[in-house]
Design a protein around this ligand. Sequence first.
Ligand code: DAK
Length: 256
Amino acid sequence: MALVEVEFPQPHVALVRLNRPEARNALSTELREELRAHFAALSDNADIRAIVLTGNDKAFAAGADIKAMAAMTPGQMKARGDERNWAALRNCPKPIVAAVNGYALGGGCELAMHADIIVAGHGATFGQPEVKLGIMPGAGGTQRLARAVGKYRAMLMLLTGMPISADEAFAAGLVSKVVADEDVVTEALAVAVSIAAMPPLAVAEIKQVLLAGLDAPLDVALMLERRAAYLLFDSNDKREAMQAFVDKRKPLFSGT
Ligand code: DAK
């Protein structure tokens, strides 16, 4: 049985579902490797324009597999090659929409933070409980959380391990949108479909520039933005979109 399933519910949209319900979608090495393979394939698939990543009604993902890690040494942890698995998501050029129900804890919260947009159900909880296990996040939890919610809320979550609700996560800036639990995947797919209807080159540049700019000095980030913005003026989709506006018709994008 696959630990990660992929469907194509709408044109240009992939739905990636973690499928280890008996362990609250704990991120075993096998699961992560499947996730890497799928994201690598979807990244290379020219037909795919947006990806929804979800779990099940109880858990998005409850973090790294504690049972598998319990006896591990630093060398064994390093040898697992987690970095390679995370890199497939980090380097994915297509927008990723996380659809979160239930627990997004530890590596599960870090997984959600690899997405570009997070849609959460009211019953979702987000947390970095690693400190309670005597460890700390190792897949960007300290850095991405601080960038999303600021130093003070991040420190509170990271140092106490206490989770926050979806509403708190929304207020803190960790979540893009909160909806009824049963509507999470539908809403995330709707977001993905509306992104997939946009000109792909513009979408790709916006994602890349926003992410690269977050870690650059403002002057450099603004220069990146200007360069990418100029570049898009040479796309067929820009010509088509603006001509369609003038002609009062719907544009037809080619992705070129
Ligand atoms: N790992 C392994 N099994 C897990 C699990 C996990 N993270 N979470 C749940 N399970 C398993 C439970 O053991 C249980 O298995 P059985 O007893 O049925 O065999 C089954 O899933 C159902 O769980 P519960 O019975 O506990 O279900 P509840 O609904 O009552 O509670 C829960 C759900 C998610 C609140 C609870 O299971 C829980 O607290 N889980 C642990 C959450 C957690 O602490 N996550 C953080 C893990 S550490 C690194 C550095 C750090 C890390 C990795 C790498 N590097 C240096 C590279 C660590 C990252 C982490 O994520």
